[in-house]
Each structure stands twice: as structure tokens, then as C-alpha cells.
Write a protein that binds this ligand. Structure first.
Ligand code: DX5
Ligand code: ZN
Length: 231
């Protein structure tokens, strides 16, 4: 994975057909997705449950590109090996998921996987100050984690700007997760984000039988972001 700050669209399969993840992943990649965003939820860190490492391993066989695994679980450390074995290219843990985030990031990288750090809306950018050499990606939650289809939290745009300044020219992606649409994408792209996770905005109007809307929706988000992107 060579580093580039070009805009990347990462559809979240939280909005996909849960009975057909394989076909859905193949469809979104065929329709232009750059990454596949896999939302793991444990019903403890967030008030929702999705799936675990076994489902990620099954999905892996249908993902040609980057499998971007977002762990909304606590604790994280006992499950890192299982998600690494499942074939994740990136494993993102929440800073708020436990007391030892530095150790968690070390453990993710020790398994040869890129390390991501997710910040809930209430966590300030200064939280990453002593972790910049431990991460390959910072995920800014622009909704409270747990569900798709929520409203974008506009106050997070300033956080993106601050993070972009703090990162400088380090090879660290800024990922935006939650409420990303063709309307909100330009706001975060202009502030310095490069990876845009979108669930409902990509999957809306499409289906396994008719995946064309997945492509049109992704292209609209990409166009809007690229037109506004910080160089
Ligand atoms: C929410 C997840 C997001 C979510 C995004 O906890 O982390 O990835 O699926 O869904 P939309 O794009 O519908 O807000
Ligand atoms: Zn996510």
C-alpha cells in the first residue's frame, strides 16, 4: 500500500445487504470503491452488534482492494490477532475503547497490519499528539458510532483541520466516518481529509441486482470532494 493523499471512497458495508456481503463487496469494488470499510460492533462499546472475525475472513475472499476494519469494540487487544488473521489491511481501534491505546496500536502493527486510531466526536485532536508515530490512519467520527444513516456533526470539520496541521507531511490518512454525502464531503476534503467512508449515501437506491446506483453515488461523493480538496 503506497501512501497517497488522493481522495478515496470507502463504502461501509453496514448499509449493505447482510445476507449477501460477498456479492455486495464485489459490486461496490466493480462500481469504483477504493476501500471496503467493515464496521465491527460488539453491543458494548456501541449500542449495536454486527459481526466478528469469522465474517471478516469470509468477506476477505470477495475484496480485491483494501479491507479497512473499524473496531467499535472494547476491549480491543484480545481480538487483534483474530482480525489480523482475517486478512484486514487496516485495523482501526477507538482511543476511547480502553486505557492503553499506545499498546493497542503497537499490537496491531506487530501483526503486520496498518494501525488506525478512531476519535469519537467528543475527543479533541490533541489526543493524538503522542501517537503520531504509531498510526497510519486517523478516523474522525462525524456521527456517534453505532448506526448508519445518522446526521453529519459539523463541529468535527475544525477537528479535521487541526489534525491535518498536526500531521504535516507524515504518511497518515485522515478518514471521515459518518454522514458523508456529496454535500458534506467537500467540507471535510477542504479541511484535509482523504478517505471518505459512506454507507447510506453509497448504497441508497441500489441493490445486488442493480448495483449501478452504488457507482453513481460513489462518483458524486468523489467529484464533490475532489472539487474542494486541500492540495
Ligand atoms: C457508524 C459506522 C459508520 C457508518 C457510516 O458507527 O462507523 O461507518 O456505517 O454510515 P453512514 O455513511 O450511513 O453515516
Ligand atoms: Zn465505520
Amino acid at each position: 500500500m503506497t501512501f497517497s493523499r488522493a481522495i478515496k471512497i470507502a463504502p461501509s458495508i453496514l448499509s449493505a445487504d447482510f445476507a449477501n456481503f460477498g456479492a455486495e463487496c464485489e459490486a461496490i469494488e466493480a462500481q469504483g470503491a477504493d476501500w471496503v470499510h467493515v464496521d465491527v460492533m460488539d453491543g458494548h462499546f456501541v449500542p449495536n452488534i454486527t459481526f466478528g472475525p469469522a465474517t471478516c475472513a469470509a468477506i476477505r475472499k470477495h475484496v480485491k482492494g483494501v479491507m479497512d476494519v473499524h473496531l467499535m469494540i472494547a476491549p480491543v487487544d484480545p481480538y487483534i490477532e483474530a482480525f489480523a488473521r482475517s486478512g484486514a489491511d487496516i485495523i482501526t481501534a477507538h482511543l476511547e475503547a480502553g486505557p492503553h491505546i499506545h499498546r493497542t496500536l503497537q499490537a496491531i502493527r506487530a501483526h503486520g497490519v496498518k494501525a488506525g486510531l478512531a476519535l469519537n466526536p467528543g475527543t479533541g485532536p490533541e489526543a493524538v499528539l503522542h501517537l503520531l508515530d504509531m498510526v497510519d490512519l486517523i478516523c474522525v467520527m462525524t456521527v456517534n458510532p453505532g448506526f448508519g444513516g445518522q446526521k453529519f456533526i459539523h463541529s468535527q470539520v475544525d477537528k479535521v483541520r487541526s489534525l491535518r496541521e498536526m500531521i504535516g507531511d507524515r504518511p497518515i490518512h485522515i478518514e471521515i466516518d459518518g454522514g458523508v454525502t456529496a454535500q458534506t464531503a467537500p467540507l471535510v476534503a477542504a479541511a484535509g481529509a482523504d478517505v471518505l467512508v459512506a454507507g447510506s449515501a453509497v448504497f441508497t437506491g441500489g441493490s445486488g441486482a442493480d448495483p449501478a446506483p452504488y457507482g453513481a453515488n460513489s462518483a458524486a461523493i468523489r467529484r464533490a470532494a475532489e472539487a474542494a480538496k486541500l492540495n
